[in-house]
Design a protein around this ligand. Structure first.
Ligand code: UDP
Length: 151
């Protein structure tokens, strides 16, 4: 099963949207297999967002993402990387459709309450950056047969 790295950013925690966000994924049938409240170090922030280094918003982004606790998660399910990105919505506030997390709660391109991996390669890299192997719990949910027709 596919895995994605998802994070409620400091603004999402401060706005008390953690339950709302996790609830949307739970209702979809996405399984949370790793979860922790943490403050990101500057070193980890720079690694996580390395692809944006040198861009005009990079230093602001590092300041923002290290400014308070975040909720870091590993989520699992069939095709979850794409499904979660759709549920998160576009980065540009005007492009995020209503019904998506950003479409419903975000008006800013930087403070956009949630991060989610955009590819398999990045999901693996981000999960490795944020989670030790033993922090990811493989378990089965009793509801599974009602979510998947697959065996
Ligand atoms: N960001 C920003 N200004 C921009 C573009 C991005 O502050 O013009 C921040 C924003 O927090 C975004 C993050 O940088 O979520 C990573 O950007 P990316 O393009 O990867 O967007 P995402 O994958 O989060 O939608």
């Amino acid at each position: 099963m596919e895995k994605s790295f998802v994070m409620v950013k400091p603004d999402g925690v401060q706005r008390e949207l953690v339950g709302e966000i996790i609830g949307r994924f739970e209702k979809k049938g996405v399984k949370v297999i790793g979860l922790k409240l943490m403050v990101i170090s500057e070193e980890l922030a720079r690694k996580h967002y390395a692809v944006h280094e040198g861009k005009s918003f990079f230093e602001e982004l590092i300041k923002f993402i290290t400014s308070g606790p975040v909720v870091a998660m590993v989520m699992e399910g069939e095709g979850v990387i794409g499904v979660i990105r759709k549920m998160v919505g576009a980065t540009k506030p005007g492009d995020a459709d209503p019904g998506t997390i950003r479409g419903d709660f975000v008006l800013d391109a930087g403070q956009n309450i949630i991060h989610a991996s955009d590819s398999k390669e990045n999901a693996e890299r981000e999960i490795d950056l944020f989670f030790a192997k033993e922090e990811i719990i493989e378990y089965s949910l009793a509801v599974r047969p009602w979510i998947y027709s697959l065996p």
